[in-house]
Design a protein around this ligand. Structure first.
Ligand code: ATP
Ligand code: MN
Length: 478
């Protein structure tokens, strides 16, 4: 039999008693007899039993950690205690040698920092195998969730000419020679001569275009790459990340929150159901990591508990104003334990405040609504009080903001007034304003940072470890 069977399928034991072909990379080779082989279909290895007395010693020497091999043999019940089944090899072929002297990975625990520098090889570790299988499952589940609800997947542009939302955080896209771009009479760079005939950037969000789609298709979502040139070297920011942005006609803020909460729970439940082994592996990884920490700093819940807890509890919903009261009166604030103290209403919340609300005060996911208009975007719907807007941020334990959204301002007059007040160029966004002129209606939407979701579900601590090849300040290798 020459057809290769994946290890995940072999480990079910259904093929016991038959001859199989299996291919993969060597994770371990003990006593010249037992190979642990992995092909990425699962974190579990299949054990290959080698008849070393009848195998060429030159071949045995080439079965090294990292080598790619092909094995033909019989699936049999295992005599050992570690596994149900194993393969008794009859033929072993080396597909690709791996010199242990040269290979950067070692068959032992290596730090995440080290592996980040070897991002081209880190897929071969158990931790990153689990992370990227989970990432895949979550991406699939996003499409499944929206598809089941009749949403239209809309591709919004990656190159955009509007920088209304970007506020200086955008990457310019140009074909100009950086050394000598053409200048106009005023001595400024003349973008009229550039490829698109105007200055263009990489998108920071597909929302504005998404709204255009929702004004005809009712419910749309985008799921694509997003770029922000913010120089924030945090464990939660990337310069290139993936965002999911649904936009729904005839939705108000409550409908928006309901959908967001239902979606997050659906995605977490889907991962628990389909990648249980990976989550269990990462739960154990976290427990091992936490053993190094003093008792007081360890998490109260394991990763598995945390995910289940999220499914079992309603998210706490409250207004920004209520949150400020809680924060202001907290012992944390009084004892000056926040880096940024909460003085009063109007302040933007820092991630330390968001995490205090979620992790210390409510001890569950929180949805904050009705923020001061001055700290939110121009397109959010103004409340009766004229001071707050129909915004909602969803805050998660260990992450802080995972979703940012709002009911959109559909009233032409109010919208243009806010644009004027905030210095947003109306002429550039004429097409956006047209939706408020022709058949405008109540609508809402939000943005979920995909990597923040993957961070939460994998329990990893750094966003650079949940995207295959991270882009961040001074980081664009691979
Ligand atoms: P933050 O305050 O954390 O920087 P934001 O207010 O800039 O977030 P939004 O503009 O509302 O975020 O974007 C929507 C979502 O996109 C956020 O809730 C977050 O999940 C994600 N996100 C935003 N910026 C980044 C980034 N630089 N890297 C990864 N994800 C991000
Ligand atoms: Mn930001």
């Amino acid at each position: 039999m020459s057809h290769r069977i994946k290890i995940k399928a072999l480990l079910t034991g259904e093929l016991t008693g038959t001859e199989v072909t299996v291919k993969g990379w060597v994770r371990a080779f003990r006593q010249n007899r037992f190979i642990a082989l992995n092909d990425g279909s699962t974190n579990n290895n299949i054990q290959i039993v080698v008849d070393f007395e009848n195998t060429d010693p030159a071949l045995l020497k080439r079965i090294t950690f990292g080598a790619a091999i092909s094995v033909i043999g019989e699936m049999v019940p295992s005599l050992g205690s570690g596994q149900k089944v194993e393969v008794n090899a009859t033929t072993i072929e080396i597909l690709g040698d791996c010199d242990p002297e040269e290979f950067p990975l070692q068959p032992k625990k290596q730090t995440l920092e080290f592996l980040r520098e070897k991002a081209h090889l880190r897929f071969r570790t158990s931790t990153f195998g689990s992370i990227f299988r989970l990432r895949n499952t979550l991406a699939f589940a996003v499409h499944k969730f929206f598809n089941e609800k009749g949403f239209v997947y809309l591709h919004t542009p990656i190159i955009t000419a509007s920088d209304a939302e970007g506020a200086g955080e955008m990457f310019r896209v140009t074909t100009f020679d950086a050394q000598k771009p053409p200048l106009n009479d005023a001595g400024e760079v003349d973008y009229k001569q550039d490829f698109f005939g105007k200055a263009t950037n990489l998108t920071v969000s597909g929302q504005l275009e998404g709204e255009l789609g929702a004004m005809a298709l009712s419910d749309i979502y985008t799921f694509g790459p997003t770029f922000r040139a913010e120089n924030s070297n945090t464990t939660r920011h990337l310069a290139e990340f993936w965002m999911i942005e649904p936009e729904m006609a005839f939705y108000d803020l409550n409908d928006n929150m309901d959908l967001a909460e239902e979606m997050l729970k659906y995605l977490i439940a889907y991962a628990l159901e389909h990648n249980r082994e990976d989550i269990e592996f990462l739960t154990q990884r976290l427990l091992d990591e936490e053993k190094q920490k003093p008792q007081a700093e360890r998490s109260e819940m394991t990763l598995l508990d945390k995910l289940q807890f999220c499914l079992d509890n309603d998210f706490q919903r409250l207004t920004y104003t209520e949150a400020i009261e809680i924060l202001k009166d907290s012992n944390h604030n009084k004892k000056k334990k926040f880096q940024y103290l909460i003085e009063g209403w109007g302040a933007d919340l820092q991630s330390e405040h968001e995490r205090y609300l979620v992790e210390k005060h409510f001890k569950k996911p929180v949805i904050l609504t009705d923020y001061p208009k001055d700290i939110k975007s121009f397109y959010m719907r103004l409340n009766e009080d004229d001071k707050t807007v129909r915004a909602m941020d969803i805050l998660f334990p260990g992450i802080g903001e995972i979703i940012g959204g709002s009911q959109r301002e559909e009233r032409y007059d109010k919208l243009t007034q806010r644009m004027d007040e905030m210095g947003v160029p109306k002429d550039e966004l004429w097409w956006y304003l047209d939706t408020r002129r022709f058949g405008a209606c109540e609508h809402a939407g939000f943005g979920l940072g995909f990597e923040r979701l993957v961070l939460f579900v994998t329990g990893m601590g750094n966003i650079r470890d949940v995207i295959p090849f991270p882009r961040a300040p001074k980081t664009a290798e691979f």
